[in-house]
Design a protein around this ligand. Structure first.
Ligand code: HEM
Length: 373
């Protein structure tokens, strides 16, 4: 399988307009293709006057915005968004420089039921590849970073379905282990993605060239973060596996803040499942009630599958933390916190939580019976 197979939009993921990736990538509702092809040169020259004119040129009439289909509205936000981040990178608050963009951003936010600026999904999944690719720098490593995120979106969307199934089941049911095995297949893409990133994006390039394009901007008095990879919805999987009742305040606060950058259906999923009983809690309760010599086979299978998914998450997080540490080491960093608004310590805390939950499941299933893993 080539990288193109992994990042190509493929067939639509369903009726949800936000999953019509090929259609959104193909859309150019503001006629921005030619102008955005010149963006890397404007950024290389730190040409704020040219960036300001470019943004002003693209801002559509608010009446036109109200008539856009959701897929076109997402593409329009993508194209305005990359100019917002570019202006901010060179020290200019974009809405202050081009005030007429404010009602357009607000209307696009309403039309798409998302925040009034671009997110990681606009910058990666909904961004075309090839000649029409929107980029801040035009550097190959920037393209690689975009591809790293592109390759996880379809599998995380599918994992949302398997996690919703899982949340409805008990560990004694055969479907519990099956949903976990399917989830494991989907989250493996996160490991592929971080391996691809480690091989193809240097942490120094990220720190020195990319990080400053992801700064927050002020929109009508509210700060909105840039299109950070931290918005990749891995939490959708954590939520059902362990986060809903086995988290800690730092990760909860990060999720509460990150949630607004999500798609509407994911926010609904979060609202429906937060505070529910996680798979780890269900399984450890079921195991603690068992006093037979051996666990019933179905319960043992559920434990094996749960350990498997948690190990994959742990592998992603350990490798991700290594590259994040390098990019935020004192020698190279310009910022103390990540583009998602949180420090490196958060990554350590989430890795520890993932590992602790894996250990809990493994040990409770092993004690004092036949080992499961
Ligand atoms: C050079 C590349 C990268 C660096 C330096 C980096 C750095 C960071 C940092 C510092 C955080 C903490 C939160 C914040 O940003 O404020 C974070 C969070 C996160 N990043 Fe990255 N990241 C990189 C690439 C990626 C990629 C390619 C993905 C996924 C495709 C990803 C997924 C995540 C996720 C899901 C979180 C939330 C915390 C977690 O679930 O463990 N990152 N990243």
């Amino acid at each position: 399988m080539t990288l193109y197979d992994l990042v190509a939009p493929g067939p639509d993921l369903g009726g949800e307009p936000r999953y019509r990736i090929a259609e959104i990538r193909a859309a150019d509702p503001l006629g921005a293709d030619a102008l955005l092809a010149a963006l890397p040169a404007m950024n290389a020259d730190a040409d704020v006057p040219a960036l300001t004119v470019a943004l002003r040129t693209l801002v559509p009439d608010p009446d036109r915005v109200a008539a856009l289909a959701v897929t076109d509205a997402l593409a329009a936000m993508r194209d305005l968004g990359i100019l917002l981040g570019s202006l901010k990178r060179h020290g200019t608050e974009p809405v202050a420089a081009v005030p007429e963009v404010l009602p357009v951003l607000e209307e696009l936010g309403r039309r798409t039921d998302m925040v009034p600026r671009d997110t990681v999904h606009h910058y990666t999944t909904w961004n075309p590849r090839g000649a029409r690719q929107r980029m801040y720098t035009g550097h190959t490593m920037e393209g690689n970073l975009q591809d790293a995120v592109r390759m996880v979106f379809p599998s995380l969307v599918t994992a949302l379905g398997t996690c919703a199934e899982l949340a409805r089941m008990e560990p004694y049911e055969p479907g519990f282990s099956l949903s976990l095995e399917r989830t494991a297949q989907h989250v493996r893409s996160m490991v592929d993605s971080i391996d691809f990133t480690v091989a193809n994006v240097s942490p120094v390039f990220f720190a020195k060239e990319m990080r400053s394009y992801f700064e927050e901007i002020d929109i009508a008095g509210v700060d909105y973060l840039g299109p950070a990879a931290a918005q990749v919805p891995l939490w959708l999987v954590d939520l059902t596996l362990w986060q809903s009742d086995r988290s800690d305040p730092a990760y909860d606060a990060f999720l509460d803040e990150s949630m607004r950058y999500s798609l509407p259906s994911w926010r609904d999923h979060y609202a429906a499942h937060r505070g529910g009983t996680s798979a780890v809690s269900k399984l450890s309760a079921a195991i603690s009630w068992e006093d037979a010599e051996r666990l019933p086979p179905q319960l043992a299978a559920s434990a094996v599958s749960l350990v498997r998914v948690l190990r994959i998450l742990k592998t992603f997080r350990a490798r991700h933390m290594t590259i994040a540490r390098k990019a935020y080491s004192e020698e190279v960093r310009h910022y103390e916190v990540g583009s998602g608004g949180a420090p490196i310590e958060l990554l350590r805390a989430v890795l520890d939580l993932t590992r602790d939950n894996e250990t809990l499941v493994r040990q409770s299933a092993e004690r004092p019976r036949t080992p499961v893993a």
